[in-house]
Design a protein around this ligand. Structure first.
Ligand SMILES: [Zn+2]
Length: 117
């Protein structure tokens, strides 16, 4: 059961000169966009994206998608979140008020030795 993979068929870019094929390029795409790859790997992926139209388009789409998502997250602060933050701040203020008004732990005791004799 020897399955020697010497030559592969299929794939949009049937060029065996590259070490990176489409599968690998797509798998590494996210890391590539995140800048998590080392220089060698990055160049390999970059070359493939350049040569292979299919992977190049996928990478472009992914990059654009990320930008859209990032912009949306920056623009919009959900009203519900604002409400929760405001409520939390109010609750915190109330709690501090109660603590000050209530019985303070340990009054001012300056040298009160009345036991131990
Ligand atoms: Zn490709």
């Amino acid at each position: 059961m020897a399955t020697g993979v010497s030559d592969e068929h299929g794939g949009p870019c049937g060029d065996g000169s590259n070490e990176v094929d489409c599968n690998e390029a797509v798998r590494q795409l996210y890391r590539y966009l995140d800048g998590e790859l080392n220089d060698v790997r990055r160049v390999q992926i970059s070359v493939h994206l350049d040569e292979c139209g299919w992977c190049g388009e996928a990478a472009e789409f992914e990059a654009e998608l990320r930008m859209v998502v990032a912009n949306r997250c920056k623009d919009r602060v959900p009203e519900a979140l604002k409400d929760r933050v405001a409520a939390a701040l109010r609750a915190e203020a109330t709690r501090q008020d109660a603590a000050l008004d209530g019985s303070a732990p340990g009054g001012s005791s300056t040298g009160g030795s009345d036991a131990l004799g």
